[in-house]
Design a protein around this ligand. Structure first.
Ligand code: AMP
Length: 183
């Protein structure tokens, strides 16, 4: 096998580790640390994500923490800036924030709206979409800051949790590399 061959989506899926009952009973945690620790796996993930980036994208927004890994790598590949969507209380300036429900628990995310230009087309990136609550909250924040957010990229979709459909109903098209059945 030539070392410069891009890994297929099936090969990337095989690099994701599944940890049952983490962080709560009944959750099948899809752990991307095994994927990103694998050099060709990480590189191919970013290359496959880059194929899904819409024309006219002017910045990448990534959701803390795993969205930072894929989002900054993608931004670097495309020569674009990166906007961090952070957990509450981390940014040292005035922020706008949004509370939302998770598959397991509650959370709040914040952004610095001064990082965004009015009308700029921002692509949202995270590792995984489950219920869609996190991504919707992030898209709402980006829109409140004046950005246009019409597309979100994920490495993993859990289609049975319906997040992609909920995101679509909110005007954000979701594109993912791989899917896992169940929760
Ligand atoms: P949601 O808001 O329900 O779409 O959840 C998405 C966020 O929670 C992402 O940032 C994921 O990293 C994390 N997450 C939710 N469910 C899982 C899961 N089964 N395995 C790994 N991460 C998950």
């Amino acid at each position: 096998m030539p070392s410069d061959r891009r890994l297929s989506l099936d090969e990337l899926k095989a690099l994701v580790r599944t940890v049952p009952d983490f962080p709560a009973t009944g959750i099948m945690f899809r752990d991307i640390t095994t994927l990103i620790a694998h050099g060709p796996g990480l590189g191919a993930t970013i290359d496959h994500l880059a194929d899904l980036v819409p024309a006219g994208t002017s910045a990448i927004a990534g959701i803390e923490a795993r969205g930072f890994i894929f989002g900054t790598a993608l931004a670097t590949k495309l020569g674009l800036g990166f906007i961090p969507v952070r957990k509450a209380g981390k940014l040292p300036v005035e922020t706008i924030g949004q509370d939302y429900a998770l598959e397991y628990g509650e959370a709040r995310i914040e952004i610095d709206p001064s990082l965004l230009q009015d009308g700029e087309r921002v692509l949202l990136v995270d590792d995984l979409i489950a219920t869609g609550g996190t991504a919707i909250a992030a898209a709402q924040l980006l829109r409140r800051a004046g950005a246009v957010c019409e597309t979100a990229l994920f490495v993993i979709d859990l289609p049975e949790l319906g997040g992609a459909k909920i995101l679509g109903d909110a005007g954000v098209e979701s594109r993912s590399l791989i899917a896992f059945s169940g929760h």
